[in-house]
Each structure stands twice: as C-alpha cells, then as structure tokens.
Design a protein around this ligand. Structure first.
Ligand code: ADP
Ligand code: ZN
Length: 735
C-alpha cells in the first residue's frame, strides 16, 4: 500500500470496527519500540490520494491540541467538514435532465414525435402523452437542463422522465451541485456601496490597514471603532484590496444568524466568490461550502469560530469582527478561542489580522497599549451622528416609590410611549430568559432546585401552565399548585426574565407590536431570522431580548434602548463580570440612534455607582480599561497572568475532591521550579452539574507552557481519571 500523505483520510481497524481517520504524522517505527509512542493500527484503506485537509491545517490542529491540552482527534474533528468521516465522496450531486439531440429535433418538428396532445393520428413514432409533451417543452426552454427536483415541482414525475429517457429523447445525469446557503436569504440589506464616500476617519483607518496588508507579512491590528463608526465599510474595502492582490480573506463573526447584514454586505460586494461556514447551516450546505473553499473556488470565507480552520491556501487577511465576543470560545473540547487561533494561523501564513470592536477584550487592548498590536481608532460615528445619550434609573428609588414588583420604571415606560407615538422603534434588554428565576414555598421555604444540578429551576410560560426548567441539563417539570413538601398552596415565584418583561410590555402597551428574541423563542429554524427581519421591516415596534439583541445589529429606526437590569451579570463569581457588563451595556446602547434621529438609552440598575455601569453610560472605553486593568493587576488575573482551569468530576463530592487533591499534590513540585501557583481545589461555583459533583483548581503564572506541560505530565500518569478532568486554558467562563 502506498504511504498516505499528511491530511489524507484513511480507514483503520479499531477493535471490530473500521473507522475513518486523518493522517497527522508520518514516520517509521522499529518493531518493539511502538509502546513509546501512540499505538499503531493497521491501515485498511487509504481514502484520499491527495490530502483532504491541507497540511497547514493539520499542523494548526496540532498546535490547538497542544496549547489547549486537548486530543488531536478532537482538534481535527473541528477542522473537518461534516460528513467527511462518513463517506469518501467529496462532491454533492443532483440529478439533472436535458433534451437529447433526438429530443430537440422532436420539439422542433412536432410531426416527428407528436407533441400535439389532441391528435392521436398515426405518426412515425408512437405519440407522446400530454405529460411527456409538457416535459419536453419545459426542457427545451432550459438549455442547461433542469434538476429533477424542479421538474417534480412542475408536475413532471420521475416516471414520465424515465419513459422519455427510454425513448432516447431525454438524458438524465448526475451533476456536481453546491447547496447555496444564501439561496433563501433575504438580500434587502445589501446597499450598493461602491459609490459611497468613506468619512475622513474611515479613510485614514483604511489607509493604515492597507499599508499593513501591502507588506505581505504577519501583523495584528486592533480596529477600535465606536458603535456606528462604520467598521464594516472599512473591512469591505480592505478585503477587496487583499483579494485583488491575489490572496484570500477570512471574515470571522460571532454568530451569523445574529448579524446577517455583515454577511449580506460581503455577499453583495463579492457575489459567488464568497463561501460561508457556520453551524446553523445544514450539514450538506456546510460540506458543499467547504468543498468550494478546498477547490479554490472562493476568495473570501465568512464564518463563525470553526471557520478559522477553513482550507484557504493563500490566506492574506483575517478579520475578527466583534473580537471581544465570548462565542469565539468553544466551551467543549478542544476549548479553543477562535480569535487566538486566527492570530496563530496568520502568523504561520504571514497574514494580517484585524480585530474589530467597540469594546475590545482586555487582552487585545492590553496588546494594543503595549504596542504589540497596531491600534487604529474610529472615534466618531459616521455622518457625525451622536452616540446615544444614556441615563441611569436607580431601581432602589423606584422600588421605594412604586413597590417591589416594578419591572419597567416610570422613566422607561414614558419613553417607550413617546417612541410608539412617534413610530420609532425600541429595544428592551434583559440578559436572563424565562418568566421567573425561582419558585419557593411561602410556608416551609422549599425551593425548586434541579435534581441533577446545583441551580434553581427557571419558570417558563407554557401552554398547559407553568413549567420549571434547568438551563444547564434541560430537566423540566410542571410547577404544581401546592408545595411538594408541606402541601401548602402558597407557592411564590421570584426574580424575572424576558418572558415576564414581554408580558408587562404587552399589558402596558396593548397596541404595540412586540417580539421577543431569546434562546427559547428562536428554537425553531428560521425563527430568529424572521423576528429580526420583521423588526427591520418595521412590522414590530418593540423587540425584547437577551444579549442576542445587543450584538452588531444596525436598525436605523431604533431611537430608544431600555436595559431592564444592568446587574444580571455583576453578581457572578467571575473576574470578568465587570468587563462583560461594560461590554453588554455599551454594545446595547450602541444600537440606538444609528439612523437620522438621535438615540437614547435608559439603564435600570440597583448599583448606579458601579464603575462598569457608570463608564458604560459615558461610553468611555479607555476609562473602563484603566480602572479594570488596575483591578486585574492587583488581583493577578488575566491578561496580566495566564490562567488554566481544571474541573474534576466525580460521583460524589468526596471522590471529586480527593482526585483533585491528588492531582494538585502531584503538581506541587513543578510549582517550585516552573514558577506558577495553584489555587484550590475547591467546589466549583456550579458544584453539581448533570448529576456529577465538580471540584476545580486553577494554575496561575506567567508562562503557559510550564503550566500546560506540568499538567500534561501529571494527567498522562493517571490515565484512568483523565476522562473526568476538564482542562480549560485561557478560560472565559469559570462556572
Ligand atoms: P459599526 O460596525 O462600526 O457599528 P456599521 O459598519 O454597522 O458600524 O455602520 C453603521 C452605519 O453607517 C451603517 O448603516 C452603514 O451602512 C453606515 N455607513 C458606514 N460608512 C458610511 C459612510 N461612509 N457614509 C454613510 N454611511 C455609512
Ligand atoms: Zn440541571
């Protein structure tokens, strides 16, 4: 058997099964020395003669596995298109019918083969049925033929075609076909931009970035542009320039479904030279798009985090839009950060990286401040539109006057009313879904906790009544009428989420057209796109939602943004709580006043003095950074040190604790020489999850490699517990 190349798929026997794998390394091994390395298996078949994954991508996966302490198999799996392991065929085909020469002459000369339905007169051939005649006429009008699926829609069955084919009038063949994810996408967001003049600031930013791109080398630039400063326009021109120089562009976005207009603008500008990669596409669509990229049919790829592995051979530019967004981090193995992998990839392939955001991550801004990244600022909105004017409503005062059940303050309610009267639009944010966040018995104090997780169940409105659901494991139950413990009928709900906000708004403004966007309301495929486009088209007046409504949207008719509670994220035991809150508030306020009329934002909070609320109000990013970096420095948190989180799971708390203590004990000696500290073990904030107990510890230090290597060595010596340990390098969330 010919030795397969790196990146080729191979079939390998594992136990009694044959599975598909990917070659990541080639080498020779001496008999008897195999136990030193990974176990070697016999090849059953080499699937690809050419590498399926380009070698550069295989190497990038190797870097990911090493850096994030993950298996190489997990890393390769993210880089592979769906279905790549199931079948060897690389191309999706469809069946297409065309007229044969005989068929053509038959249509041109109906006497030869009767097309005249009414006539049953004798002809040189047997006459055609009406359906057969219709089919020939339809095909005569389509020189490239018609797909069978389309003919079926026109009432031409496979049976009719088979008869025509049997008579030599029609040919049926398989044709390579890519499913187009834009096929049904609304294109109305595309504005013909070619003629639009960049503002002076945009021009300066573009020129600086173009100069970096022209060097053809690796560089990272942070494009720090306030909300509405027109970053997309700068991306478009830069992408165009890089494509013209013969190199390719990768545009990464947090979630395509949430910001369809960025993708649509690129599609409008680059047409079918764009491919798209994200998880909301069907497997078939993603596979086809991947193949187009692999074949070299595209200049530009738009995608979510896994698109960082797109098989582009001549990458010249990576744009990471909304680079601070936490959805770039994958919260399962391999726990990689799409932005950070993009930077590593670009450094290997000598490309320019542009990180764009109005609220950069602490990590990226720190690098910009230190000079490691170029910093480019768009400090003003386009056309001198003002940023939204932000006001704070102190909810403590509101409760004192209006009672404890207030959801919408007097100020916010009056402002909503005002916008409705002026036919302007309103966004209302509450970053917590559901109706109520807890249920408890007023008599005995019993609460509704998830039986599998240490978290209280969230109440949702359901057709049959109230349903309480765990947001971690999805356990759910009907909320009973009486307490399960003491049978008293005094169950009370407390806390509230988006469903309750929606209800309050409907009661208060019965004439308003209100939509809700959160993970519950957009579960059905297409529901999110439909809500967003109805809002964009002015069919809805108010959109209530979680952080999904805060991201990158450009709705010019929104002049008011209301934040029901700025405090949702502040109470979390997470050193990034203030950063997240600042980003969310600044971003959502940035959705107001993007059109001709000025915008306003109203933030309700119990902590009006908190610096993340105060500075978000002033949309003062540098002020926030200054404050936050001092806190991180004082507490020795990222980005000033590196952090590795390890969670150990066990059937009991003691088991998890003991295992964690064992690992920490074995790591001890390394802390002396390698210079990092260990914190913990301690119960994780989410101490039980899906029926398992969780204990965590942290490694904190200046050099990731030391921490990684120490952890790898210890874990390799404990293979029986490796499965129960989750390692997260550069964790974003530590619940
Ligand atoms: P950002 O991503 O920086 O928040 P966008 O790229 O969404 O901002 O641009 C904000 C709005 O300004 C969009 O509606 C966009 O079409 C418009 N815009 C961008 N550049 C210009 C320009 N040079 N002249 C006029 N309008 C512009
Ligand atoms: Zn649960």
């Amino acid at each position: 058997m010919e030795l397969p190349s790196i990146g080729a798929r191979v079939r390998v026997r594992v136990g009694s099964r044959t599975v598909t794998g990917c070659v990541v390394e080639r080498g020779t091994s001496e008999p008897g020395r195999e136990e030193a390395g990974p176990e070697l298996k016999d090849l059953v078949e080499v699937v690809d003669r050419e590498p399926f994954l380009p070698a550069a991508i295989v190497e990038l996966c190797g870097w990911v596995a090493d850096y994030y302490v993950a298996g190489i198999g997990d890393a390769i799996a993210v880089a592979m298109p769906p279905g790549a392991r199931a079948k060897a065929s690389s191309f999706r085909t469809r069946r297409v019918a065309t007229l044969t020469a005989h068929g053509q002459s038959c249509v041109a000369n109906p006497d030869a083969d009767r097309l005249d339905r009414s006539s049953h007169a004798a002809t040189p051939h047997r006459s055609l049925t009406a359906k057969q005649g219709d089919a020939l006429i339809a095909l005569a009008a389509a020189s490239a033929g018609l797909p069978l699926s389309e003919l079926r829609d026109r009432g031409v069955t496979a049976d009719v075609l088979a008869r025509l084919a049997a008579r030599g009038l029609v040919a049926i063949r398989d044709e390579a076909h890519d499913r187009d994810p834009f096929e049904n996408a609304p294109m109305r967001d595309v504005i013909p931009d070619a003629a639009r003049r960049l503002t002076a600031e945009q021009t300066a930013a573009f020129q600086e970035l173009a100069a970096l791109a022209d060097t053809g080398g690796f560089r990272v630039a942070l494009l720090h542009g306030v909300t509405g400063s027109g970053k997309t326009e700068v991306y478009l021109r830069l992408a165009d320039r890089v494509c013209r120089s013969g190199r390719q562009v990768l545009l990464m976005v947090p979630e395509i479904a949430l910001t369809p207009s960025v993708a649509a603008q690129f599609r409008g500008a680059f047409g079918d030279r764009v491919a798209i990669q994200h998880s909301a596409l069907s497997d078939g669509e993603r596979h086809d798009q991947w193949q187009r990229i692999r074949r070299g049919d595209v200049d530009l790829v738009i995608g979510t985090r896994s698109a960082v592995f797109a098989p582009l051979p001549r990458l010249g530019l990576v744009i990471v839009d909304e680079e601070h967004d936490s959805s770039y981090k994958q919260e399962e193995a391999p726990r990689y950060h799409g932005r950070d992998v993009a930077i590593v990839r670009a450094s290997r392939e000598h490309a320019l990286v542009v990180l764009g955001s109005a609220t950069p991550s602490m990590e990226s801004y720190q690098h910009a401040v230190s000079g490691k990244y170029a910093r480019i600022v768009l400090g003003r909105r386009v056309l001198d539109r003002p940023l939204a004017a932000v006001r704070i409503v102190n909810m403590r005062e509101e409760y004192a006057v209006e009672g404890p059940d207030v959801v919408i303050s007097r100020d916010l309610a009056a402002s909503v009313e005002d916008r409705l009267a002026r036919r302007e639009q309103v966004l209302v944010l509450l970053n917590r879904r559901g109706y109520a966040t807890a249920v408890f018995c007023r008599q005995c104090g019993d609460t509704f906790e998830c039986p599998n997780c240490s978290i209280s169940l969230t109440v949702h409105t359901a057709r049959q009544g109230w349903r309480a659901r765990c947001h971690y494991c999805n356990y759910s139950m009907m909320v009973p009428k009486a307490c399960r413990k003491c049978a008293a009928p005094y169950l009370e709900q407390s806390g509230f989420g988006t469903e309750k906000v929606e209800q309050h708004l409907r009661e208060r403004f019965p004439e308003a057209r209100i939509g809700r966007v959160d993970r519950d309301s957009v579960r059905r495929k297409g529901a999110l796109a439909s809500l967003l486009s109805r809002f964009a088209d002015g069919e809805l007046d108010v959109l209530v939602g979680t952080q999904m409504i805060a991201k990158g949207h450009d709705f010019p008719r929104v002049t008011l943004v209301g934040v029901i509670s700025a405090d949702v994220g502040l109470g979390l035991a997470d050193f990034r709580a203030a950063e997240r809150t600042f980003q969310l508030l600044t971003q959502v306020a940035g959705r107001a006043g993007r059109g001709d009329r000025a915008g306003e934002a109203i933030i309700q909070t119990l902590y009006p003095e908190h610096y993340s609320v105060q500075l978000a109000c002033r949309q003062d990013y540098p002020g926030f950074f200054e404050r936050e970096i001092n806190y991180r420095r004082g507490m020795r948190y990222p980005p000033l040190v590196a952090l590795v989180n390890a969670v150990v799971r066990g059937r009991s708390f003691d088991e998890a604790m003991q295992t964690a203590a064992d690992i920490v004990g074995r790591l001890g000696p390394a802390t002396m020489t390698a210079g990092f500290a260990i914190l913990g073990p301690a119960p994780a904030p989410l101490a039980r999850l899906r029926g398992e107990h969780r204990v965590q510890f942290f490694l904190k230090g200046a050099r990731r490699a030391d921490m990684r290597n120490a952890l790898k060595t210890v874990l390799a010596a404990m293979p029986q517990i490796r499965r129960r340990v989750t390692v997260d390098v550069d964790p974003l969330s530590v619940l």
